[in-house]
Ligand binder design. Structure first.
Ligand code: ADP
Length: 487
């Protein structure tokens, strides 16, 4: 079974969030399950730089004269344990700055054409194959950037392959002015409320939800949440229509790459494993030294690694900083995003420099050190399709304090009395979006931290909790097989 993954991010080549981790890891698990996967990505400047340092010379496997006014070609290379296909189209992707937005924080104005080009190329690969004699049996497309694939496929009779579309976060839909419709080559007939139109605009994600053969999302709880307007962001009706036609949304819980994320061999951290947990203290001390913190041994050090957006609920943590500090706790936060949140966390560190350390920015190695050194990783999200940080935390022996929503609800076993008695608890769950619940969660964390035996037991449970990709890979293979009528 040959599968073309199409996505706008892939770790370790280019990453802004969890999508990259999934696209960088799931193909490996699918390969282990007998599937042949190639991953098509935009050739952003950082991806081209990555290509240039690979041991293997990239091979040109397709060329395109006109992708919305820009020339492009596809380069194939094997690297990072993946079969990568890069869409080298400099006019679209070779530019200074972040991948979705300019330095002013506004979307690149040509985003519909940049990602429209990615979708077009995926469809051409399905129609014509690549010059190394490879053509996919199925396309697995990820998030709005790939949303036009089903529409373009519809027009290419030669390219009738099934499309699986995965929603990683429905709050980013790729909505663009209707004025782009003609240039994107989108049929007028589809510009209706049953099609890709959404309140007078073009909606890339909606195009996929209408046209894909199967739609999945990244946790069973998020799949259920997406049925309601509170989570569906206006697309709940489209999902309900799919369900009525017998193709309901399915939730398949993400995993993490257990080879990349292994505290015993991770080059970014002082090594430890579940049998040598005391060695983990060095990570805590290292973090304290790095941020100039004076920590109380009897109280937990909280860590946060996150985009700073309303979604992540970190305003709840911010409001409880005085409570956390007065109880003896500390905090290290790595993140960037919303300017007001960045400023508020800077103020918190200015107020409590011995207890609170902040790094605004993106830093992969520091993220690893935080998972390895913090006692608790806080993820109080208002909604969370899957969330990966709680899984990295567990694997590194930091107990997650999470909101009971989406994949957070599906991956963390709350330290309630039953779970503690059965010795299966791996973290703490709280009601989402509630300050009182967050404060209550903090109290539970502090109380349990004082019980060293119970805490150590939970750390061991967390580190042993299955967070790999095997189960999800099996579910995807079953889905692909069903669509292809094999197996
Ligand atoms: P989302 O995709 O909504 O951002 P996830 O929890 O699914 O949330 O994935 C976030 C990923 O991005 C994790 O791998 C996390 O470690 C990483 N990450 C988030 N912010 C930063 C940052 N500032 N520096 C380094 N890694 C980060």
């Amino acid at each position: 079974m040959k599968v073309l993954f199409v996505a706008s991010e892939c770790a370790p080549l280019v990453k802004t969030g969890g999508l990259a981790d999934v696209v960088g890891a799931l193909p490996k698990a699918l390969t282990a399950a007998g599937t042949n996967v190639r991953v098509l990505l935009p050739g952003y400047r950082e991806v081209m730089a990555w290509l240039s340092i690979q041991a293997e010379e990239p091979v040109e496997v397709a060329t395109f004269g006109d992708l919305f006014g820009e020339a492009g070609r596809v380069l194939a290379v094997r690297g990072a344990g993946l079969d990568i296909l890069v869409l080298d189209a400099p006019g679209h992707f070779d530019r200074e700055g972040p991948i979705y937005v300019g330095f002013d924080g506004a979307d690149w104005p040509d985003n519909p054409f940049r990602f429209g080009a990615l979708a077009r190329v995926a469809v051409e690969i399905a129609a014509n194959g690549l010059s190394d004699n490879w053509a996919p049996d199925l396309i697995h497309a990820h998030d709005w950037q790939t949303g036009l694939i089903p529409i373009y496929l519809e027009e290419r009779a030669a390219a009738r392959v099934p499309v699986v579309f995965t929603i990683h976060n429905i709050s980013y839909q790729g909505r663009f002015s209707a004025g782009s419709r003609r240039r994107l080559g989108l049929p007028e007939a589809g510009f209706t409320s049953e099609g890709y139109e959404f309140y007078g605009q073009i909606n890339f994600m909606k195009a996929a939800l209408v046209g894909a053969d199967a739609v999945t999302t990244v946790s069973p709880t998020y799949a259920r949440e997406l049925e309601s307007p509170a989570f569906g962001n206006g697309l709940e009706g489209v999902l309900a229509a799919r369900a009525a036609h017998g193709t309901p949304l399915t939730g398949i819980l993400n995993g993490i790459d257990e080879e990349v994320w292994d505290p015993a061999v991770d080059p970014a951290v002082a090594p430890f494993d579940v049998k040598h947990l005391s060695a983990r203290d060095r990570g805590r001390q290292g973090l304290a030294a790095e941020f100039g913190l004076k920590l109380d041994r009897a109280a937990p050090l909280f860590g946060v690694v996150s985009r700073l957006t309303e979604q992540k609920g970190l305003d709840l943590l911010l409001a409880d900083v005085p409570r956390l500090v007065s109880a003896g706790g500390g905090l290290v936060l790595l993140g960037s995003g919303d300017a007001a949140l960045e400023a508020a966390f800077r103020e918190a560190t200015a107020r409590y420099p011995d207890r609170i350390g902040i790094r605004i920015g993106y830093d992969e190695d520091l993220a690893h050190r935080i998972y390895a050194g913090a006692d608790v990783i806080a993820v109080p999200s208002r909604f969370e399709p899957c969330g990966l940080t709680q899984m990295y935390a567990m694997r590194y022996g930091a107990l997650p304090l999470v909101a009971r929503t989406g994949g957070l609800a599906d991956s963390v076993i709350d330290a309630n009395d039953a779970a503690l008695r059965a010795e299966v608890a791996t973290g703490f769950q709280i009601e989402p979006g509630s300050q009182a619940a967050f404060s209550d969660g903090l109290e539970r964390v502090f109380a349990l931290y004082r019980d060293r035996r119970a805490w150590r037991g939970m750390q061991r449970n967390a580190m042993r909790h299955p967070v790999g990709w095997d189960k999800a890979a099996g579910a995807y293979v079953e889905l692909y097989s069903g669509l292809l009528g094999v197996g």
